[in-house]
Design a protein around this ligand. Structure first.
Ligand SMILES: Nc1ncnc2c1ncn2[C@@H]1O[C@H](COP(=O)(O)OP(=O)(O)OP(=O)(O)O)[C@@H](O)[C@H]1O
Ligand SMILES: O=P(O)(O)OC[C@H]1O[C@H](OP(=O)(O)OP(=O)(O)O)[C@H](O)[C@@H]1O
Ligand SMILES: [Mg+2]
Length: 287
């Protein structure tokens, strides 16, 4: 009998992605560590082993073939230039990578020529500048990049922006187009061969969590005369489930609807004759 090896999965151990990554894996049915000092966790039921690592290092481990699959930020994957590729966007940890300078400087991309630009993402930054044909001096810093201008080490910064609070507090303004639109992504080695079969189960389960987050279940009752109109408004994925109600001439309808616009849809269904409309959360979902 052959025993399949465990699938080695990298998960951010700290920072902006760590909690949400573990939560998503839990929602997909996997065990997750309960003590943040644990470096690994084996889930034998699912044939997987989790390694909790710095998000910046995850693409390196995967690109060099020491781990199979993992969660990191798209910006970090691109910055690393590792031999790894994005498999699935995971819908959390959204941020933009932007240029910023002192308030009122009103710089443009062209003004970057010959400037000193501080960043923790010099790989990503250099590729962008090369693509735009701009030569500048890059100053690599580990973090808290927003202070680099005030401290005189750089003229401009390129950094991760979420709410923009950190930039505002540092008296900086963004300029130019976003260098990268990032979010948490599932990554694997380029080529992707040789993974244990449970890798496919992981992708399916994560996808099912995304669907469950993006869709809701809608139930309503409707008179048969209005059924065509209401099902046209909410056709579902493969068509709604329609069952007979004990009340003569009425049907019960159950249908999956996108979360976005669900309340607007309830109003329109009501106008079209639907009654007793219920909107409920999905815990998980396989389409
Ligand atoms: N405030 C934020 N909101 C959303 N995403 C963020 C935020 N800060 C960072 N990220 C994203 O999370 C990922 C990991 O960044 P994070 O800040 O956790 O790592 P780090 O800077 O290496 O570590 P740390 O900040 O803990 O020293 C990156 O893809 C980044 O774009
Ligand atoms: O737009 P905001 O909502 O303010 O978020 C952006 C800030 O969050 C991150 O900082 P982090 O706490 O990760 O520190 P670091 O810069 O040292 O990595 C990022 O580097 C920005 O500084
Ligand atoms: Mg950070």
């Amino acid at each position: 009998m052959t025993t399949e090896r465990l699938l080695r999965i990298a998960v951010p151990n700290k920072g902006a992605l760590a909690d949400a990554a573990s939560q998503m894996l839990r929602a997909a049915g996997y065990r997750q560590r309960t003590d943040t000092k644990d470096l690994t966790l084996i889930d034998t039921d699912h044939g997987v082993e989790f390694y909790y690592l710095r998000p910046r290092d995850i693409a390196i481990y995967i690109g060099r073939g020491h781990l199979d699959i993992g969660i990191t930020g798209r910006d970090m994957l691109l910055d690393s230039a590792a031999d790894a590729t994005e498999v699935m966007a995971l819908g959390f940890g959204g941020s933009r990578f932007r240029f910023a300078a002192v308030n009122g400087s009103s710089l443009t991309l062209e003004d970057l020529r010959g400037k000193r630009i501080a960043s923790s993402y010099t790989g990503l930054l250099q590729s962008y500048l090369d693509e735009k044909g701009i030569e500048a001096e890059l100053v690599g810093l580990d973090g808290a990049v927003e202070s680099a201008i005030r401290l005189g080490v750089a003229d401009v910064v390129a950094d991760v922006v979420d709410t923009g609070t950190t930039l505002r507090r540092a008296g900086l303004e963004m300029f130019g187009d976003p260098i990268c639109e990032s979010e948490a992504v599932l990554i694997q080695r380029n080529g992707g061969g040789g993974l244990p079969p449970v890798a496919e189960a992981l992708k399916t389960r994560l996808h099912s969590v995304l669907v469950a987050q993006n869709y809701m279940m809608l139930d309503y009752n409707v008179h048969t005369d209005d059924l065509e109109a209401t099902t046209a408004l909410a056709p579902g994925v493969e068509g709604p489930t329609v069952s007979a109600l004990s009340k003569e001439g009425w049907s019960a309808v159950r249908v999956l609807v996108p979360r976005k616009g669900a309340h607007m849809l309830m109003d329109r269904l009501h106008d079209a004759g639907a009654r007793g409309i219920l909107l409920t959360e999905l815990a998980a979902c396989r389409l």
